[in-house]
Ligand binder design. Structure first.
Ligand code: PLP
Length: 240
């Protein structure tokens, strides 16, 4: 590897700063979530040493193990992967945020299982902004009802919306997907919910996401390098 994690973090922060400037936004309004899935705790430690505080994980056991191993560093852990109802308990208690809420049943379990001594679990609702090209996330026309129900749960704090558009090199298409998430957030604000988060943008689409209002970008590859996936988990078509 020619560059270090610290150097790549600097480069990603520079991209965020340039994108906020181009959009006329305050750089402080965009938080960087470093997606450390598949990378060992030592990689997280290196990023933490370079000033990174928030980390994203997709797989329950892997994320719980890393959070536990690095507890002394006081980092912030975000669960961003698919949720299964039989695995909510460790998520409810090892993580600070969950970005991928897509049904009420899961949200109810997380709320019921969150340790009473911990602050409310921050959550985002994942929206399917890509129609037939994506299977994960709630449909746009079902967001309002789910958001009201999640916001009413006692141990959760609904922060906003999250999306993963289909991989594409078409920047106009990506912007349209991100703009849809922003409009859905605006509708929820209009309905009286208090939300501050649009979780959107990954290594290849930080810029269009920030142009459309992202407040958290979730970046893995551009910080840690290309992931080597187990052969049993095929890469999404066209993704880097
Ligand atoms: C893996 C992942 C990311 C990071 O993707 P990169 O392309 O490596 O930046 C962001 N969000 C989610 C939900 C992911 O699963």
């Amino acid at each position: 590897m020619m560059t270090t994690i610290g150097e790549r973090l600097l480069a990603v922060r520079a991209r965020i700063e340039a994108a906020t400037q181009a959009a006329g936004r305050d750089p402080a309004g965009v938080a960087l979530l470093a997606v450390s899935k598949t990378w060992p705790a030592e990689a997280v430690r290196a990023a933490a040493a370079a000033g990174q505080r928030a980390f994203g994980e997709n797989y329950v056991q892997e994320g719980v193990d890393k959070a536990e191993a690095l507890r002394a560093l006081g980092l912030e852990w975000h669960f961003i992967g698919p949720l299964q109802s039989n695995k909510t308990r460790p998520i409810a208690n090892a993580f600070d945020w969950v970005h991928s809420i897509d049904r009420l049943k899961i949200a109810e379990r997380l709320s019921a299982q969150r340790d009473v001594h911990l602050p409310a679990l921050n959550v985002c609702i994942q929206v399917n902004v890509s129609g037939e090209d994506s299977k994960s996330g709630v449909a746009p026309d079902a967001v309002a009802a789910l958001a009201q129900a999640v916001a009413a749960l006692p141990r959760l704090r609904l922060r906003g919306l999250m999306c993963i558009p289909e991989p594409s090199a078409d920047v106009a298409l990506l912007r349209a997907r991100f703009a849809l998430l922003r409009r859905l957030r605006d509708e929820l604000l209009g309905a009286g919910l208090v939300l501050d988060t649009l979780s959107m943008g990954m290594s290849h689409d930080i810029e269009p996401a920030i142009a459309e209002g992202a407040t958290i970008v979730r970046v893995g590859t551009a910080i840690f390098g290309e992931r080597i996936r187990p052969a049993s988990i095929p890469a999404a078509a066209g993704s880097a």
